[in-house]
Design a protein around this ligand. Structure first.
Ligand SMILES: Cc1ncc(COP(=O)(O)O)c(C=O)c1O
Length: 400
């Protein structure tokens, strides 16, 4: 039986979501911009998706821009706000541990004259609100801070950050809530953000659909040109079925959030107790202010890729701490910013639990990870002692 503990990467789509989507794939598949009955049926689904998503987030339907996921929502927020604010200033303040969908977008904007200020974080991955406020000046047009980090699960002091930004008129505040959205009780009303990104596949919705919440009155320049969809903020025929799926998935996640968060935190603690008892294993990220389902560690004298591959052979899916997207694992920029040298960051592992994770799975993995770490360490110690493998040549009698 395979065990999936990589819910921070993506989650399975839940049955209720598929059921809600199917009518818009099989029956009401019209183009929502068409004026005829086929189009009107699809439009109803799309409008309802906006409304339900908004209601679940304490926002208004017109404040939602549907996108192709978290990456596009972040791109639209940053580029849209930067270009809209260019006449007032060119400075954008962020942190050094944002997802690449923010970090690389800002690198791109630098080529057009924008200046990015990347604030450092502490050993736990938290930004200091005082330092953030000190970085704001009258050329600053935008602040972007993630709500919770996808690699180590640390939750930022986001309310405090929001208050500091609000003291400066005219600075927009963007929050990347992609990883946090299913697990934290946040909404647009209580979280004083102008722009907030989410992605459905992190909360048991389909992949390739997300949303940017744009507070009413926020000036944002659309980054995709063509039709007038999404109130001129995102051209292109809408993905109606996935939008409906995202709204249903989000409602369910919000309704179940307190129970899910409590259960996941208990399971994570059980797993942490077993894994952190292994010598040379250290928790990364904040010990308390962290997402309930993410256990991130560094195991010294190991390589996270080897550990995750060995676990994969046993049918257990976890992630390394590095951005291993192309087969050449690069050191994690998040761990580097938190002060871990590359040599230590190599041993990073991220185990992320989800709503459907069972206690039995947790018990199995609580045994499998310490065993795998021990086996790999014995293996590498043996290789270090006998690099040519002379002591274990098959068929050669001892002493021959
Ligand atoms: C914090 C964060 N932001 C943005 C993204 C990008 O979202 P998507 O995969 O939907 O493009 C991710 C995905 O892992 C994420 O964790």
């Amino acid at each position: 039986m395979a065990i999936y503990l990589d819910h921070a990467a993506t989650t399975p789509v839940r049955r209720e979501v598929v059921d809600a989507m199917l009518p818009y794939l099989l029956e009401d598949w019209g183009n929502p911009s068409s004026g005829h009955s086929f189009g009107r049926a699809a439009r109803r689904g799309l409008d309802e998706a906006h409304e339900r998503l908004a209601a679940a987030r304490g926002a208004e339907a017109r404040e939602i821009v549907l996108t192709s996921g978290g990456t596009e929502a972040n791109n639209l927020a940053l580029k849209g706000a930067a270009w809209a604010g260019k006449a007032r200033g060119h400075r954008i303040v962020t942190t050094s541990i944002e997802h690449h969908a923010v970090g690389h977008t800002l690198r791109h904007l630098e080529k057009f004259g924008f200046e990015t200020v990347e604030l450092p974080v502490d050993r736990y991955g938290r930004v200091d609100p005082d330092e953030l406020e000190a970085a704001l000046d009258d050329r600053t047009i935008l602040v972007s801070v993630m709500l919770a980090n996808n690699e180590v699960g640390t939750i930022q002091p986001i309310q405090d950050v929001a208050e500091r930004v609000r003291r400066h008129r005219g600075i927009l505040f963007h929050v990347d809530a992609v990883q946090a959205a299913p697990y934290l009780p946040i909404d647009m009303a209580s979280l004083d953000a102008d722009l907030l990104s989410i992605a459905a596949h992190k909360f048991e919705g389909p992949k390739g659909i997300g949303a940017l919440f744009v507070r009413h009155g926020t000036h944002l320049l659309g980054q995709q040109h063509g039709g007038s969809q999404e109130r001129h903020r995102r051209a292109g025929t809408e993905n109606v079925a996935s939008s409906v799926g995202m709204a249903v998935a989000y409602e369910l996640a919000r309704a179940e959030q307190p129970g899910t968060a409590r259960r996941l935190a208990e399971q994570r603690e059980r797993l942490a107790a077993a894994v952190l008892a292994v010598p040379g294993v250290e928790l990364t990220g904040h010990p308390r202010d962290r997402l309930p389902g993410i256990l991130s560690i560094i195991a010294r004298d190991t390589d996270g890729t080897s550990v995750s591959q060995a676990l994969d052979l046993e049918g257990i899916a976890v992630a390394t701490g590095s951005a291993c997207t192309t087969g050449s694992p690069e050191p994690s920029h998040v761990l580097a910013a938190m002060g871990y040298p590359d040599e230590e960051a190599r041993g990073a592992l991220r185990v992320s639990l989800g709503r459907t994770t069972t206690n039995d799975e947790v018990e199995l993995v609580a045994v499998a990870i310490p065993r795998t770490l021990a086996m790999l360490r014995i293996g590498s110690a043996a290789i270090a002692a006998d690099p040519l493998g002379q002591a274990i040549q098959p068929g050669v009698p001892a002493g021959a």
